[in-house]
Design a protein around this ligand. Structure first.
Ligand code: PBG
Length: 329
């Protein structure tokens, strides 16, 4: 056939490349993670996440208005819990006047249409930094799952639109869905971290929330008994299929860039929207390389997030959301 078919013909100008472009990012693709702290007037840069901040409620309100004005319409909330409020069972997580519950209300008051999603897991509340309750030297599955349902209900009562369990306990989607239905929160959605891998990419996030697992004699310092083994692929399909059966409205793959094979796999089997989380370590690696002048920050940021959408992600949770939307304009 050569040279009747010249593939380069479609690449000859930027206008032509734009005409045949298959994947285009828009502000609607992005979900913005936000870190919330107690206090007033606090906008605290996270040392391992340059230009990313923890906000106290007053400045959170300002930030959320800014996001909305930029066209960013959904947020994912994480709270940094004061040390003295941590325990093994996460009691503070159910406090109707806790930081998460107040953060939800603050945002809903400031920007009622903003889609508010909340992280549901025990780690920021746990003295051990684990996502579940420790019983007899184990991360107890069923009591944790029951507790997470209560936690999700508390977020729904405070006004959350979606709850996002990030813990990887078995059966928690069903427990959460059942309790929400029982309490008549029929429109509160569940975005499940369905295929969440035990990854070294979460380090900076654990700095941000001071939630890293602590050294214990009888409990491993990693999360490998509940988060997935990164050597596995079919297990991601099993986890996701079960979460959809249990009632997940959106499923998620996490981390992002090293797991795009999984994103594509899940997109091909899932009848619900697929999210991907470009996690803290991915953000920090790009920042660090750019600071050294080794990589072009904006180019890498756009390439990696576009690759996530191309791989099949309908939603991208990203610390770069604001930077990306500015560039899209
Ligand atoms: C906690 C949680 C983690 C992240 C989101 N929810 C950390 C972990 O599982 O240890 C990581 C997000 C990121 O690294 O950006 N359940």
């Amino acid at each position: 056939m050569f040279p009747l078919r010249r593939n380069r013909r479609l690449r000859t100008s930027e206008n032509l490349r734009a005409l045949v472009r298959e994947t285009i990012l828009t502000p609607n693709d992005f979900l913005v993670p936000l870190f919330v702290v107690e206090g007033k007037g606090i906008k605290d840069e996270i040392p391992s996440m340059p230009n990313y901040f923890r906000y106290s409620l007053d400045l959170l309100e300002k930030e959320v208005k800014e996001l909305w004005a930029m066209g960013l319409k959904s947020v994912l909330l994480f709270v940094k819990v004061p040390e003295n409020l941590k325990d093994n069972k996460g009691a503070e997580a159910l406090n109707p006047n806790g930081l998460m519950q107040r953060a939800i209300k603050t945002i809903k008051n400031a920007v009622p249409e903003m889609i508010v999603m909340t992280d549901v897991a025990l780690d920021p509340y746990s003295i051990y930094g684990h996502d579940g309750i420790i019983e007899n030297g184990q991360i107890a599955n069923d009591s944790t799952s029951n507790f997470l349902a209560e936690m999700a209900l508390s977020h729904a009562q405070a006004g959350a639109d979606f709850v996002a369990p990030s813990d990887m306990m078995d059966g928690r989607i069903l427990d959460i869905r059942e309790l929400l239905e029982e309490e008549n929160f029929i429109n509160t959605g569940i975005m499940s971290y369905s295929a969440k891998y035990a990854s070294a990419h979460y380090g900076p996030f654990r700095d941000a929330l001071d939630s890293a697992p602590v050294d214990l004699i009888d409990i491993p310092k990693d999360k490998k008994t509940y988060q997935m083994d990164f050597h596995n692929r079919t297990e991601a399909i099993k986890e996701t299929r079960m979460d959809i059966e249990e009632g997940a409205d959106i499923v998620m793959v996490k981390p992002g860039i090293a797991y795009l094979d999984i994103v594509r796999e899940i997109k091909n089997m899932s009848e619900v929207p697929v999210a991907v989380y470009q996690v803290s370590g991915e953000y920090s690696m790009i920042k660090a390389a750019a600071e050294k002048g080794w990589l072009d920050h904006d180019a890498i940021m756009m390439e990696q997030t576009t690759a996530m959408k191309r791989a099949g992600a309908d939603i991208i949770a990203s610390y770069f959301a604001k930077d990306i939307v500015k560039l899209l304009k």
